[in-house]
Ligand binder design. Sequence first.
Ligand code: ZN
Ligand code: ZN
Length: 282
Amino acid sequence: MEGRPLNMDLFDKLTFPRLNLKDNTLDDNDLARRCPLDNGHACNTPQQDLGALDALPLELLQVLLAQLDLRTLTDFRRVNKRALQVVDSIPGYKAITTHAPNALRGILSIGTGRWITCETLHDKLCTVECETCGDFGGYIYALTCKRVCFLCLSEHEAYLPVPFSLARRKFGINRQVLDTLPHFRSLPAQARASGRRNTIRRPRNDDPFDGQSGNPLRFMAIIQAPTFKRSSQEVEWGAYCVGCQRSSKQRPRHFRRRFTKESFSEHLHECGHIRDGVHQDD
Ligand SMILES: [Zn+2]
Ligand SMILES: [Zn+2]
């Protein structure tokens, strides 16, 4: 299999698109209702302009606005219809609201928009690999805006937020300090599930108890998001391996791994071709 690209039919035959599992990630919280977006709705000709900003060519304005954090950009968009029109015309913003609206909704809902620019989110959505392990990353960590895979988000220290009460007790962090650190507000249903509210990024040498994939804290700022290609806007969700479907093994045979056509070819090379739903190297 090495070096030979897998044809699409074979990829479709040896993979499947989704698991029948609910992880209670941030996007499982009815975000479309909590944080409705009106993008894509036709809007009348604007009556007002943007004042001095309208002196800039549109392309330059788009580049500048894409550097704004998502909270500020969302507020700016509400200034008037012209502002809405200009924000909606930013190519990266348009791609986000078209292909991954829940990423924007989730970030705005938990209040991390002030630390994430439109450009950064767009870059992460165009990134295929998990930033920690290089596997297909099907998720965005909405606190620090990282592309991440399921195994890393459920195991790695970098994706475990720490509750504010614990940060205050252990590290003496007060509200003023908290304000300078990336932190988020959990959605009410999620907070009830874990009995916790304010959280910030977990420092090292902290409480050893975790629970990993069973720890609701790990899913509070996690959003499922496809990756998309800048040039073609082609959207990819990744797919699971038929041969690893019933595996209880760790990597490289973990049933939670997702693949693209390219990385699946490497997976077959590493674990053996699949016949009758089983890797032949078993
Ligand atoms: Zn990973
Ligand atoms: Zn496999």
